[in-house]
Design a protein around this ligand. Structure first.
Ligand SMILES: N[C@@H](CCC(=O)N[C@@H](CS)C(=O)NCC(=O)O)C(=O)O
Length: 331
């Protein structure tokens, strides 16, 4: 796989699987924090920070969705990379330019932050215009910073007092079997590694299917960061993970609660505009030549995230900005 080694782009530099043929996700390396404190190294200031994302990527989706739900569009700028990743890694283009430096590749942004950088060039990236560096490139941490260190006009708090432990627990619980589980299945090099991963994916989905039978969201009646993390995987599942990553024991639209939950969140005001099914499908099927050598992109499945759902039968404690008229209608 491709990565930067001492600031130089290498296309043969790292193995995605370990000796057992299991997918091995590398640690991210920029781990600073924005803080709501004027004296902090990275203070929470409107207009200072930028996020680079891909609309295809579920990790970047957490960041885009948190920003949109909180209404931080005027505080934190965002730009998108080309959906398909070839040998040069994430690319900018005329349609999807780098608005800060006009660079050609995202790796150039990493090298600006650290000319000797060694590591993968991943999205999301949280960039500081003032110090001209990457603050952080770990989605869970960026999501938390946007959520807790910026107020936003929508009155949205995705890590609410009284639920914080449960939210963190749910994020932990879904990470390995679901968010990363689909990747462990898709990138496995042996039958055993693949089967173990698929087992984990579906055991966890079965569990949450049950939980969601009598509560609207993962930790109860409030929408939280855990739902953002879950949604980012579920909304990609039937188009890519089911087929491309061979998680095909069942599709999400065959699970009554998970499917209605996915539609419910999709229809929460602002969320639909963060979902780009074209970028999602083209990215996965065209970027992973080892998984899909002919790079053909399937035309299905024919599912509709904006179709009615049944989640209004369950209580929801949402701020007015998230109730909106995009809520499902019975007609
Ligand atoms: N731990 C990171 C993972 C991010 C990640 O793996 N992003 C993928 C896209 S979905 C990427 O940019 N991959 C490029 C690469 O690995 O070279 C996070 O959650 O932010």
């Amino acid at each position: 796989m491709n990565m930067l080694v001492d600031g130089e782009w290498r296309t043969d530099a790292y193995q995605t699987t370990n000796e057992e043929g299991e997918f091995d996700r590398q640690e991210t390396s920029f781990r600073d924090r924005i803080q709501d404190d004027p004296d902090a190294e990275f203070p929470a200031e409107s207009g200072r920070y930028h996020v680079y994302i891909s609309r295809a990527c579920p990790w970047a989706h957490r960041v885009a969705m948190t920003r949109r739900l909180k209404g931080l569009e005027d505080d934190i700028s965002l730009s998108i990379v080309e959906p398909v990743r070839y040998d040069d890694g994430w690319e900018f283009s005329e349609e999807y330019p780098d608005p800060l430096y006009g660079e050609e590749f995202l790796r150039d942004v990493y090298v600006r932050a650290d000319p000797d950088f060694t590591g993968r060039v991943t999205v999301p990236v949280l960039w500081d215009r003032e110090k001209e560096t990457i603050v952080n490139n770990e989605s869970r941490e960026i999501m938390r910073m946007l959520d807790t260190e910026f107020e936003g006009p929508n009155g949205v708090d995705l890590w609410p007092e009284g639920h914080r432990e449960a939210v963190d627990q749910a994020i932990d619980d879904i990470y390995d079997p679901i968010n990363n589980g689909v990747y462990r299945a898709g990138f496995a090099d042996t039958q055993e590694a693949y089967e173990n991963a698929v087992e984990d994916v579906f055991a966890a989905l079965d569990h949450w299917e049950e939980v969601l039978d009598d509560q609207r969201y993962l930790v109860g009646d409030v929408l939280t960061e855990a739902d953002v993390a879950m949604f980012a995987t579920l909304v990609r599942f039937d188009h890519v993970y089911h087929t491309h990553f061979k998680c095909n024991r069942r599709a999400i639209h065959e699970y009554p609660n998970l499917w209605n939950y996915t539609k419910d969140i999709y229809q929460t005001p602002g969320v639909a505009e963060t979902v780009n099914v074209d970028h999602i499908t083209r990215h996965y099927y065209m970027s992973h030549g080892d998984v899909n050598p002919k790079r053909l992109v399937p035309t299905g499945p024919d599912i509709d995230f904006s179709a009615p759902h049944d989640r209004d039968r369950l209580a929801a404690d949402l701020p007015p900005a998230l109730r909106g008229d995009a809520a499902p209608a019975d007609d």
